[in-house]
Ligand binder design. Structure first.
Ligand code: ZN
Ligand code: FE
Length: 255
């Protein structure tokens, strides 16, 4: 059984993803940032889209749903908590649910905080997770709707996946995220070399996505709420994990 993945740029800095079960040909798109681009990619690959899997309701993730649904008849899988906002949802999902892609199965994870109902789709056997705007390479999504407690708990769930998990984030924000990460964690050697690699990739106009969870755990401050060095630098040695996360998110918002 194999999961095939195609990643391609959409809009200003989004990524579109087509995923396919190689045995059955069943194909889904993860979010719908730009319908035209996604449909064209699907035609080029000859991977007809049977389903849309939304991570959250924002327009750059669900805004292309209607055009793709009308063009392909795709079924819409989306977080139950945001189904009313997203519209035409055939399969509302919540944490722990299984979603089938041909012979493959993804597990739904609650990663709310960027939006209240934000979900991630985790293919355990393939070792791949699609995380939308919850976790970014060297960063995380803005906390538009949730609380620090909620968002930190969601990121903790992602952090708990196997370290070799390949993480597909929805935006190319890594270079800017690296600048912020270095500002709060300047002596982190893993972060320094990660940031240099990002600069090299971007200089060649190459994507920094996907990333690997183990690298994020070493370098991404938004997964390092319990790191003593980072806590000391923030002056938050005695704070809760959510308080450390909240302070990092607050600083990033005004960086
Ligand atoms: Zn978003
Ligand atoms: Fe987004």
């Amino acid at each position: 059984m194999a999961l095939e993945i195609r990643q391609f740029p959409c809009l200003q800095d989004n990524y579109g993803f087509l995923i396919r079960c190689s045995e059955t040909g069943a194909t889904a798109c993860i979010d719908t940032p730009e319908a035209d681009v996604i449909l064209k990619e699907s035609q080029t690959l000859d991977w007809p889209i049977r389903a849309i899997w939304n991570t959250h309701h924002h327009w750059d993730h669900a805004g292309g749903n209607e055009a793709i649904r009308q063009a392909t008849g795709a079924r819409i899988v989306a977080p139950r908590a945001e189904a009313a906002t997203i519209g035409h949802v055939d399969q509302p999902v919540a944490a722990g649910d299984a979603v089938a892609l041909g012979n493959l199965t993804a597990r739904v994870m609650d990663v709310g905080g960027h939006t209240l109902g934000h979900v991630a789709y985790w293919f355990e056997e393939a070792g791949v997770a699609f995380v939308g705007d919850s976790l970014f390479a060297l960063g995380c999504g803005r906390m538009f709707e949730g609380t620090p407690q909620q968002m930190q708990a969601g990121l903790a769930r992602l952090r708990g996946l196997p370290p070799e998990t390949v993480i597909y984030c929805a935006h190319e924000y890594t270079q800017v995220n690296a600048r912020f990460a270095l500002s709060v964690d300047p002596e982190n050697a893993a972060l320094q070399s990660y940031a240099r690699r990002v600069d090299e990739l971007r200089a060649e106009d190459k994507p920094t996505i996907p990333t690997v969870l183990a690298a994020e755990c070493e370098a991404n401050p938004f997964l390092r709420w319990d790191d003593e060095g980072l806590r000391a630098r923030l002056g938050l040695q005695a704070a809760s994990d959510a308080e450390v996360f909240a302070e990092l998110r607050r600083r990033k918002d005004s960086f």
